[in-house]
Ligand binder design. Structure first.
Ligand SMILES: C[S@@+](CC[C@H](N)C(=O)[O-])C[C@H]1O[C@@H](n2cnc3c(N)ncnc32)[C@H](O)[C@@H]1O
Length: 461
């Protein structure tokens, strides 16, 4: 079976997170040359000499000009789809200096000092106390745990609530040398068995910049900078300890890292067909995950459309964070590239639908698929979900409004679009809308998170 081949190859590989190239190379996808997806966060230089406090600065990016052809295309489409909301979303997207960044702590590193610095700078936790914390992996899956419990790490949560309480008991990894600059204690990284899974993300009401950490082989990073809306598909997935999870479109790995903060799955398969992006993914995993996870986290290199056949009914949960228009990034590509992308844009919904169908076949009956994109385009969001649901009577969309939009509406601006099959549109509630096909996060001044669309679909049988 494919997966066991990966596991064996992973162990033989010199680097624990090396990907395994299939003998038959997948066709090179047209989006292989896409720029870095913006929602994975900025790359900045950590100035070691200064204290971290002094490095948290208001973002002041060199103003880049936007691509006019992309902007006019968005203007035309999104003013129709979003109405008045588009003008304010547009203003945010065209002002990178207003963009906020979330700081997701890494439970596998010694992060105590970072949390303190964040708090002293006015950052606050996004999830704790909002009611969504119950979505976090805080217990074993009733379905899969017994099957996969044989691993050496305990899958059960411990009493400690936060990583700051974890005793340092694994000396294989030394803290990132930036710890000196952070004024942190030089503590060894905590091991998997000592820390309860807890997704902790800090956000700030203003666009403050927290420095990013450089990749250093063998050293774990303490935090990951991201668009906080990227966490919503992961929350919707509700991964539990012991489950088998597939991250179908995984590079550069932000959501894979977030999944591993939420729970300790028996298996997380991170799939990425593009070789350069797969290298990036491998680096991310190496930078954030404890080496004790090498038997649980594997990298595969397939075209995501083949999983439905090759691994039918295998996974408890599948995330399809699909290749998409990526509104933030596309607005800032050069004009030639912009024209090219717009030409290829029309092909994306077909690919996205194929990936979603493949995911629905790869998930076991009763399992869950989350489909997400970082575009506002309804053609790549609701229309894709609706098209696939119309062909799959065994797939049922789940309403995320009460679970995610209501508790997090203080932080994100949610919007929805079309009704589910045959159902009337649900009436606006408190100025927002909801329906069962999915949630759309629209960037707004002061809540610049998004664009992000997410939809959760359960396979009934
Ligand atoms: C939006 S990005 C994923 C971001 C990632 N989930 C994260 O959080 O860091 C979409 C990814 O899908 C990959 N992709 C494109 N075509 C694919 C296919 N046919 N099968 C699987 N992945 C594909 C792209 O190379 C890209 O890396």
């Amino acid at each position: 079976m494919i997966m066991s081949t990966y596991l064996i190859s992973m162990r033989q590989s010199s680097s624990a997170w090396r990907s395994v190239i299939p003998q038959k190379r997948p066709p090179s996808p047209p989006w292989g040359s896409w720029a870095v997806h913006r929602h994975t966060g900025p790359e900045g230089v950590l100035q070691r000499a200064g204290a971290l406090e002094n490095q948290v600065t208001k973002r002041c990016r060199k103003v880049r000009s936007s691509c006019q052809s992309v902007l006019s295309c968005f203007d035309q489409q999104y003013s129709q789809e979003l109405g008045d909301l588009w003008a304010s979303a547009r203003a945010v997207l065209l002002d990178p200096n207003s963009w906020q960044y979330g700081v997701m702590l890494n439970r596998f590193s010694a992060v105590t000092g970072v949390a303190q610095v964040l708090q002293s700078q006015g950052f606050s936790t996004l999830l704790l106390g909002t009611g969504v914390s119950k979505l976090l992996g805080n217990g074993p899956s009733t379905v899969s745990l017994s099957k996969y419990q044989a691993g050496k790490d305990s899958l059960l949560p411990r009493d400690s609530d936060y990583i700051s309480k974890c005793p340092p008991d694994d000396s294989r990894l030394q803290p990132d040398s930036t710890s000196h600059a952070l004024g942190q204690d030089l503590q060894p990284e905590p091991s998997l068995s000592s820390c309860r899974p807890t997704l902790q993300c800090y956000i700030h009401p203003r666009p403050l910049r927290f420095p990013s950490q450089a990749h250093r082989p063998g050293q774990l990073k303490q935090y990951y900078l991201l668009n906080a809306a990227s966490l919503l598909p992961v929350l919707a997935l509700k991964v539990r300890d012991g489950e088998k999870v597939l991250d179908l479109c995984s590079a550069p790995g932000g959501k894979a890292v977030a999944i591993m903060q939420c729970a300790t799955p028996a298996l997380l398969c991170c799939n990425e067909p593009d070789p350069h992006r797969r290298d990036w993914l491998a680096k991310t995993l190496e930078s954030f995950l404890s080496p004790s996870l090498t038997s649980r986290v594997v990298v595969s290199a397939q075209d995501g459309r083949s999983f439905g056949k090759s691994e039918a009914g295998t996974y408890d949960k599948v995330l399809v964070d699909a290749p998409c228009s990526n509104d933030r990034s596309w607005l800032y590509c050069g004009s030639q590239q912009g024209e090219q992308r717009l030409k290829e844009r029309a092909k994306l919904p077909a690919l996205q639908a194929q990936l979603l169908r493949s995911a629905l076949s790869a998930v076991r009956p009763g399992g869950v698929v989350v489909y997400s994109t970082c575009t506002l385009s309804s053609f790549e969001n609701c229309a894709v979900v609706e098209a696939v649901l119309n062909e799959c009577p065994e797939a049922e969309p789940e309403d995320l409004w009460e679970e995610i939009a209501v508790p997090l509406s203080t932080y994100f601006t949610f919007r929805t679009a079309h009704p589910a099959r045959g159902q009337p549109p649900v009436q606006p509630q408190n100025g927002s809308y909801h329906h069962r096909l999915g949630l759309l996060v629209v960037p707004q001044p002061g809540k610049t998170w998004g664009p992000m669309f997410l939809s959760r679909i359960r396979r009934r049988r």
